[in-house]
Every structure is written in C-alpha cells, then in structure tokens.
Design a protein around this ligand. Structure first.
Ligand code: HEC
Length: 233
C-alpha cells in the first residue's frame, strides 16, 4: 500500500505528555530539537524511513498503549484543533506566520484571567509547584495534585542548579520586567495557555488543560514576580 500522507505525531506525543506523564514532557521536544540540529545526517536518515500514515500510527498507538490511572489512551489519541494543526509542523520554527496567528488568536480566547484580579499568591508555595514533577502519570492516583515541573525546562532561582534549558531562563523575571498590569496579564496568560503567545509551544497549557489550579498559578506567578522571591534576588 502506498501511503501519501506522512504522519506528524510530534504534537500528539506532546499532547500525550500533557494528558499523560509530565515526566515525559521534555523527551519529544528534545528529540525534535536534536533532530533539527543534526542537519544533514538526520535528513539522510529520515529519507530512509518509510512514510507512516495517520491511520497506521493511530492503530499502532491503540494496540500498544494501555490506559492506566490518569494516563489514558483517549488522552493520547484525542487532539484538539491546535494539536492537529501543530502536528503538521514537527519543526515549530517552520509554522507559517498565518497559521501561527490563527492558533495564537484561538488560544488567547481560552485564557481565563482571575476574576478577582488577585494575580499573586505565595512564592514559597509557587516554588513547590515549580519543583514538583509528579502528576498525571500512570503511577499517580487520578484526581491527585499535579506539579508544574517548571524547572524541567527553565532556570528560575540561583539556588536550584538542576534545571532544563528547553525554555528560556526565568531568573530575575520580575526584577527585569517589573509587575505592571501588562506583565501580570501576559505572564498569567502564558502559564494558562502557552500557545496563546507562541504557536506550537513545547510548554504545557497549564490552566487550559487543568494541569494546575488557579491558586497554583497564582503561587507560581508570585515565584516569578514577587520582589521577595528568590527568582528576583
Ligand atoms: C516542557 C517544557 C516547559 C515546561 C515544563 C515549562 N515551560 Fe515555560 N516555556 C517553555 C518554552 C519552550 C518557552 C519559550 C517560548 C515558548 O515556546 O512558549 C517557555 C516560556 C515561558 C515563559 C515566557 C518567557 C518570556 O520570556 O516571555 C514563562 C513566563 C514561562 N515559560 C513560565 C513557566 C512556568 C511558570 C512553568 C511551570 C508552571 C513552565 N514555564 C513550564 C517550556 C516549558
């Protein structure tokens, strides 16, 4: 059988991570970025891989993945419109500007700002959220508390020396930007739905996907923006 449409499951794997194991989050992004940087050797190797249709890929996943706890097959297979669009661009630097604008506009509509305008919680609690990488994994109890795992991708404080660098350093985030209404709004929106400001972002959509609660987001906001937070020393 000749398969014309090559499957693009980069975003689906990211979706699986969001719907499944937070600990897996870094893997697809690294694989994606790593492949891009290896240049010629990678494209030569890719040319030798026969195309896999979307249907084949779905069957493969359905036959090999067993739902357990909060990590469900449905969570892996079901992609919303943004995930489907992004699946066409495994290299997110190649998302056409018009597609990116469409995704960002749609995702901006999904942000829910705090009704009472209480933007900042307790940075000490925020540090715990940023450190915690548990939640939504097959080994976690369904409905348990999730972490944000921010350190997996970001530098945040000087004290924590174990951090990933898929995302930019957030050290001195508040000190450098201040906490004007615009900064508060952007930062909240970014954490709520990362794709609202960077289409096909690797960063989980913490609020939109109910990974973090509103209070956890407030606490992480304080970690980034409270002048007393170790982020801003
Ligand atoms: C899987 C990796 C990943 C995780 C986990 C992650 N981020 Fe990000 N984050 C990114 C990437 C990549 C960017 C860069 C832009 C983009 O693609 O969205 C980013 C950008 C940001 C920005 C915008 C920075 C700027 O200069 O405007 C903020 C704020 C942020 N992240 C906060 C957080 C917080 C808070 C958490 C934890 C609750 C978190 N991130 C977890 C990957 C991640």
């Amino acid at each position: 059988m000749i398969q014309k449409k090559q499957s693009r499951w980069g975003a689906a794997v990211a979706a699986a991570a969001v719907g499944g194991a937070l600990a897996m989050l870094a893997a697809p992004a690294m694989a994606q970025d790593g492949a891009a940087s290896k240049g010629k050797a990678a494209s030569k190797a890719a040319a030798n891989i026969p195309p896999v249709s979307d249907g084949d890929m779905k069957r493969l996943i359905a036959n090999s993945f067993s739902s357990k706890g909060p990590a469900t097959l449905q969570g892996v297979l079901e992609r919303d419109e943004m995930q489907q669009l992004c699946s066409d661009y495994p290299d997110r630097s190649k998302v056409p500007a018009a597609v990116a604008r469409k995704i960002e506009a749609a995702e901006q509509q999904k942000i829910r700002y705090p009704a009472d305008s209480r933007w900042l919680g307790d940075w000490k609690e925020g540090e715990k959220v940023a450190q915690l990488g548990r939640g939504m994994q097959f080994s976690d109890p369904p409905g348990g508390v999730n972490g944000g795992n921010c350190y997996a991708c970001h530098q945040m404080t000087k004290a924590e020396i174990s951090f990933g660098n898929i995302g930019p350093s957030l050290y001195q985030y508040g000190k450098l930007r201040g906490n004007s209404e615009a900064v508060l709004k952007y930062t909240w929106g970014k954490i709520w739905d990362s794709n609202a400001f960077a289409a096909c972002s690797n960063m989980p959509r913490f609020g939109h996907k109910s990974i973090l609660t509103e209070q956890q987001i407030r606490d992480v906001m304080a970690l980034l923006l409270d002048p007393a937070s170790p982020v801003n020393q």
